[in-house]
Design a protein around this ligand. Structure first.
Ligand code: G6P
Ligand code: ZN
Length: 542
């Protein structure tokens, strides 16, 4: 039976870069999660008999919200929900299921790389029928619904057990529980030459995959150990845990330091990789070399044709604005289009749907392709392995060879976390105020050639996004970008992105910190970071 429950709006349910993210305690406020789910259903349009995919990264509170969402879907007219067993679906696997099953959309419960557990973060994100994150028009509509909500609908009976694969019913709706890994693993087999990768591994190539106690554990075990024949133990931290084992499931130099240390040891493995809470980010490390996400995007784009799924070549590349311009040079040399979009995977959706690009990537450790509409951590790992299996060279040789051919972009992102929100806004406003007078100004040896606040007009649907980050470009092409993160849950996070192009191979072996030293100092001078935030050093450098 359908029950209608009276509720009141919360004024803070505006989705950010990637859905609604708050502390677990915040989500546990009365009707908080239910309000947002109902707003999604109200904004999504007709659900009559439609299918809906539901799954999450297994973090604390995942199961409760999934069971509520199932009961609400039944009360809102959905014909079928497709749920990962135990409520588990990695973000890319959910995207694939939505597409494969022709669902009208999906609800993904995750706060990505943010910590989990009772004191950690939780999140709800809606993906549309193409499998990708809802575009801004939809997230705006959802937000509007949250502002006026007065009731939500829920099926009175409890939801069926989601721990066993199979079909049951809740009212008129079918509840289909699926193996979270099977469809995804099958898709990967269509894109990559598993036989070749298996041969590489059998020949003595050693690897390590750190699942960070998050959602990719079961996926990586099935694909890397079972299907590709890597020895048991190749996947480390492979048991998903509600609090990610107390860790911070963000595959970067700080939180995956243990893995990186192993790869820096002379007797360490040949290849290391990690993924985040919900399986869409990736970290790639070779013996003795950490690959930056921006370089990884450029290298994958330049070599994708070596994998069967991309043998015909790529049609275009898209990157988020703060991502380095390394991929631009690949696009230019290959004669394919390059699109520069705002931060957030949702901006790639229209380009992928229109067949304008094959590969997309972001500096925030995301790479993916037109196989789904999300970034995909394991996909990036498998594409790297496929390329290494074909080229039979080390990661280091592939990266250095790429720099020699295309030039190197030295790149760093500096994050200042949990700074005072008002100070952060003041810093950005001050930059805006000075933009018009910036061109021509000299800082040491650097001369500003252009300065603007990035706006983007989607070439497919014409939608416009403004205020996407302040760009200071210097003659010679070096860049400093300032933006405030849209994914944090506490205070504000200032991100400063710094890059410099170096065409001369004799200078490629320099330390990034040294190569960027003048730009790093200039970033503080122009941004007045120390003065306005009181911080003299970033919390995280990626
Ligand atoms: C998530 C999004 C990405 C985005 C990243 C950083 O992972 O899916 O598209 O690049 O967050 O976003 P932020 O707004 O925190 O810089
Ligand atoms: Zn993620």
């Amino acid at each position: 039976m359908i029950e209608t429950i009276a509720t009141q709006p919360y004024d803070d349910q505006k989705p950010g870069t990637s859905g609604l993210r708050k502390k677990v305690a915040h989500f546990k406020k009365p009707h908080y999660a239910a309000n947002f789910v109902q707003a999604i259903f109200d904004a999504a349009g007709s659900s009559d008999g439609a299918s809906l995919v539901i799954g999450g990264d297994g973090r604390f509170y995942n199961r409760e919200v999934i069971l509520t969402a199932i009961r609400m879907a039944a009360a809102n007219g959905y014909g079928r929900v497709i749920v990962g067993r135990d409520g588990i679906l990695s973000t890319p696997a959910a995207s694939h299921l939505i597409r494969k099953r022709g669902a009208s959309g999906g609800i993904i419960l995750s706060a990505s790389h943010n910590p989990g557990g009772p004191k950690g973060d939780f999140g709800i994100k809606y993906n549309i029928a193409n499998g990708g994150p809802a575009p801004e028009a939809v997230t705006e509509a959802i937000f509007e619904k949250t502002q006026t909500i007065s009731r939500y609908r829920v099926w009175t009976e409890t939801a069926p057990n989601i721990s066993h694969v199979g079909e049951t019913r809740l009212g008129d709706m079918v509840v289909e529980v699926v193996d979270p890994v099977a469809d995804y693993a099958e898709l990967m087999e269509t894109l990559f030459d598993f036989g070749k990768i298996r041969e590489l591994i059998a020949s003595g190539f050693t690897l390590r995959f750190d699942a960070m106690h998050a959602v990719t554990g079961p996926y990586a075990r099935e694909i890397i150990e079972n299907r590709l024949g890597a020895p048991a133990g190749t996947v480390i931290n492979g048991e998903p845990k509600e609090d990610f084992g107390g860790g911070h499931p963000d595959p970067n130099a700080v939180h995956a330091a243990g893995l990186i240390d192993q790869l820096m040891a002379p007797d360490g493995p040949d290849f290391g990789a990690a993924s985040d809470g919900d399986g869409d980010r990736n970290l790639i490390v070779g013996k003795g070399i950490l690959v930056t996400p921006s370089d990884s995007l450029a290298i994958l784009a330049a070599n994708a044709h070596l994998a069967p799924g991309y043998a015909k070549g790529i049609v275009g590349i898209a990157r988020s604005m703060p991502t380095s311009q390394a991929a631009d040079r690949v696009a230019k040399q290959r004669g394919v289009a390059l699109y520069e979009t705002p931060t957030g995977w949702k901006f790639f959706g229209t380009l992928l749907d229109a067949g304008k690009v094959t590969i997309c990537g972001e500096e925030s450790a995301g790479t993916g392709s037109d196989h789904v509409r999300e970034k995909d951590g394991l996909w990036a790992v498998l594409l790297w392995l496929n390329i290494l299996a074909e080229r039979r060279e080390s990661v280091k040789a592939v990266v250095e060879g790429h720099w020699a051919e295309f030039g190197r972009t030295f790149y760093q992102r500096h994050d200042y976390e949990e700074i005072d929100a008002r100070a952060a806004r003041g810093l950005m406003e001050s930059l805006h105020d000075r933009l018009a007078s910036m061109a021509g100004q000299r800082f040491g040896t650097l001369v500003v050639s252009e300065a603007d606040d990035f706006s983007y007009k989607d070439p497919i649907d014409g939608s416009v996004a403004t205020g996407q980050g302040v760009r200071i470009v210097f003659s010679g092409g070096s860049r400093i970008v300032y933006r405030l993160s849209g994914t944090g849950t506490k205070g504000a996070t200032l991100r400063v992105y710094i890059e410099r192009y170096e065409p001369d191979p004799a200078k490629h072996a320099r330390q990034t910190k040294e190569a960027l030293a003048e730009l790093i100092d200039t970033a503080d001078v122009i941004g007045e970071i120390k003065k306005r935030t009181g911080r003299s050093d970033p919390d995280v450098i990626t």
